[in-house]
Design a protein around this ligand. Sequence first.
Ligand code: NAD
Length: 351
Amino acid sequence: MKPTPSRLAMVPFVSVENMMRLVHHIGLEKMLADLTDAVEADFARWQVFDKTPRLASHSAQGVIELMPTSDGEVYGFKYVNGHPKNTREGLQTVTAFGLLADVETGYPVLLSEMTILTALRTASTSAMAARHLAPENARVMAMIGNGAQSEFQILAMKQVVGIDTVRLYDSDPAATEKCARNLAGSGLEVVQCTSPEEAIEGAQIITTSTADKQCATILTDNMVGAGVHINAIGGDCPGKTELHRDILLRADIFVEYPPQTRIEGEIQQLPADYPVTELWQVIRGEKPGRSEARQITLFDSVGFAIEDFSALRYVREKITGTDYYQDLDMLADPDDPRDLFGMVMRARQDS
Ligand code: NAD
């Protein structure tokens, strides 16, 4: 007879299929709003977390990263890649999975796909930043880069900030068409544009989410007028930026975790001691967000481990008592904890 693993040794696993079921069960826009609140709640208790810049392994084609953190009770990490050339081969630029563990025992308590969850949490983090930094009554958003992240970014801004119009631009018109098609029926006015200049006309929020393994200049200084809020999410690696340096010099810059953003974000173009504001301080009311109408605010987003931690904890809570997961036999669990060898040998008789 095959040994049956105990319940404790079983790890709930959320597959891509189950994540999609969960999204539809909760409702995409509701989940984006919930995740915005979940990330914000964890940013508000920033000091309790273990923080470290993510561990990146670079290659000519892309990067593979590990992103760990812990709040002392629960530990989490995400595996994520970024390979801009992948879409040409029918593969995604970004894929991810993540894990939560109980700090007390070290035992994993959740394993989950995170390609979809990353798109959701990145969009929710952008919306959280915009909630504090965008001009009041911002209604028009420009979305530059209309790939995998784009619809999520737009719908989070609709749900959390209340935009009613989005102006799309991508260097590949097929991506813009795909994005517009996916947003039909969303209640947003969707405008397809043929240049970044046209896309940012009249926009109070500009989000850049392009993928290129180089320092690109998606926005130049003369394109950006006073009073806008920019979410730059595509520049997230050394040597991979989206904004001209002069925009950074005119903007007030807000970041997640400076030791990581100084390596990976737009601010890698600036001196290492250039002043930036940490978003958690704005959320706690310790530093101002937007303080005047003509101010240019920039959220230099690179994606930080706490956002993944918040998203994984949210998923763990939501799947409890549902069938949106499978039990995974991924922990060896001998009856006598010191007799791992004996358990392996008994399996030979059973096999
Ligand atoms: P994707 O490859 O699906 O989409 C990127 C889009 O950018 C493509 O449609 C491409 O045609 C377009 N593009 C490339 N160069 C352009 C240019 N010069 N002008 C206009 N459009 C251009 O990638 P994705 O999954 O949507 O990710 C986008 C970027 O966001 C990536 O760089 C990724 O690493 C980054 N990202 C950041 C975070 C974060 O937390 N900050 C999270 C996820 C992804």
